[in-house]
Ligand binder design. Structure first.
Ligand SMILES: Nc1ncnc2c1ncn2[C@@H]1O[C@H](COP(=O)(O)OP(=O)(O)O)[C@@H](O)[C@H]1O
Ligand SMILES: [Mg+2]
Length: 224
């Protein structure tokens, strides 16, 4: 049987058309990622790391080239299928947490569950994930602004996991938290990889990248 990567980029370019001229953020990049990998994407600021992660996470469509997930070409998926893929297969963790300010921690974690199941969580999964992340029932009633950066990121991780995704994308997951809390967050992410999830992480920090099993460096939208 042929070996099939979980994620495959083939000659992917991403061009942002700007008045001052086109910005080629990704330049014909090809990359294969196997199920179970923990990949760190490194490179200087502006090199295209977030753009790459956004393509891998189907948050954006490539200008040209192909992105295959589980052997399926995402170019052949319509918006509904891509939404399902984002909801069921991929969890997202961002540098700035991206929690909804008006929702409590609990409601933030429950949000993707509601999007998927169209009813509240009556299985206890939201509470159990929050508790695994060290957020107790009282803290779960707080809004993001009432939580520390580390607590917000742990809520964001619980949210990323609520629909049990195979793939976890992290863009500078420790970028806005202190180094001690950052290490705790990285231990959690490492544990999620050890449980079998594929983790793709953007970072410019070598200590953070060291948690990954494979590191790639990009420069000017190309693999260095
Ligand atoms: N939405 C956008 N519109 C226009 N240019 C963008 C956009 N997003 C990123 N860029 C440009 O694309 C390049 C790569 O950006 P990015 O992927 O954010 O880099 P990194 O995450 O490595 O800092 C940069 O030159 C950046 O200015
Ligand atoms: Mg970035």
């Amino acid at each position: 049987m042929n070996h099939q990567p979980l994620i495959e980029l083939r000659d992917v370019s991403k061009v942002y058309p700007l008045k001052a001229g086109d910005v080629v953020a990704l330049d014909r990049m090809s990359l294969s990622i196997d199920a179970g990998e923990f990949l760190a994407i490194m490179g200087p600021s502006g090199s295209g790391k977030s753009t790459l992660l956004n393509q891998l996470g189907c948050l954006d469509r490539p200008t040209s080239g192909d992105l295959l997930i589980g052997g399926r070409n995402t170019r052949e998926m319509d918006d509904h299928e891509l939404t399902e893929l984002r909801l069921n297969t991929i969890g997202y963790i961002f540098q700035k947490f991206n929690l909804v300010p008006l929702l409590t921690a609990y409601e933030n974690v429950e949000f993707p569950w509601l999007m998927k199941h169209r009813r509240p969580d009556d299985t206890g999964r939201v509470e159990s994930l929050l508790s695994q992340m060290g957020i107790d029932t009282a803290m779960a009633t707080h809004r993001p602004a009432e939580l520390s950066g580390g607590q917000q990121q742990r809520v964001a991780i619980a949210r990323a996991l609520v629909n049990d995704p195979r793939i976890l994308l992290c863009d500078e997951p420790t970028g806005n938290i202190d180094s001690v809390t950052g290490r705790q967050i990285m231990e959690m992410i490492k544990g999620l990889n050890e449980q079998g999830r594929t983790v793709l992480m953007v970072t410019h920090d070598p200590t953070v990248a060291a948690y990954a099993k494979r590191q790639i460096v990009i420069r000017d939208g190309r693999l260095a």
